[in-house]
Design a protein around this ligand. Sequence first.
Ligand SMILES: CC(C)(COP(=O)(O)OP(=O)(O)OC[C@H]1O[C@@H](n2cnc3c(N)ncnc32)[C@H](O)[C@@H]1OP(=O)(O)O)[C@@H](O)C(=O)NCCC(=O)NCCS
Length: 215
Amino acid sequence: MSLPSDPAAPAAPAAPAVSGPADRLSAPAHQHAAVALDFVAMTPQALPLVAEVEKTAYSHPWTLRHFQDSLQAGYLMQMLVAQPEAAEARQPPWAGSPTLPDGRHLLGYVLAMQGVEEVHLLNITTVPAHQRRGWARLMMDALAHWARAQRAQWLWLEVRTSNQPARGLYASLGYRSMGLRKGYYPNGNLPREDALVMALDLRPAERPRPPHALS
Ligand SMILES: CC(C)(COP(=O)(O)OP(=O)(O)OC[C@H]1O[C@@H](n2cnc3c(N)ncnc32)[C@H](O)[C@@H]1OP(=O)(O)O)[C@@H](O)C(=O)NCCC(=O)NCCS
């Protein structure tokens, strides 16, 4: 992840290249068995809950202020929420997991910044109780879909070199390592940690030309 005020991050987002649902991710096409899924925008009221989840997911979490600044900056900030059936809601992992005021469970969230022909992932987090169930993959797929709809050609991100779960996630989705940012992340009393820069090429694959194609 990147901090919203990070000077190394790309320039301020440009206006979307196309009109359309530029401010939200599409609800997943499939519905998980017995669970209704949706993406909803983070509102100022939701930020304290998100910041509490953030503390449980990271050794160096974003603060409430980081989320407020991101909202102010107009970044894409979407929460993946779920409404399990009543019988399911009493079972793990749902029982006791974070919920919004409307009763829906927060599964995770994704923040991204739009640049010129590129999108930069700022934060992706799955609520710990819901991890390893495919929610991050679903959020990343929805983000790539949205980025393509904005005519972005690249999706960029940074990840701590030690963050094997996240690196595994990105590699499984086809992100390639593009370089290192030395000492990018704070690391408590230890030396700062490097960031691995990864990117997904969103450009449509070139089709091989037929042997006798007209030029
Ligand atoms: C990284 C993170 C977002 C993954 O969320 P998730 O919902 O559990 O991930 P998914 O269930 O969608 O997993 C998709 C793939 O990611 C990889 N992965 C996810 N968790 C992993 C783990 N603990 N160990 C190894 N690989 C892992 C696997 O390739 C997995 O596919 P598989 O389950 O078919 O093997 C989650 O662990 C998290 O929120 N971590 C803390 C915040 C963080 O580090 N965010 C990324 C900042 S760059």
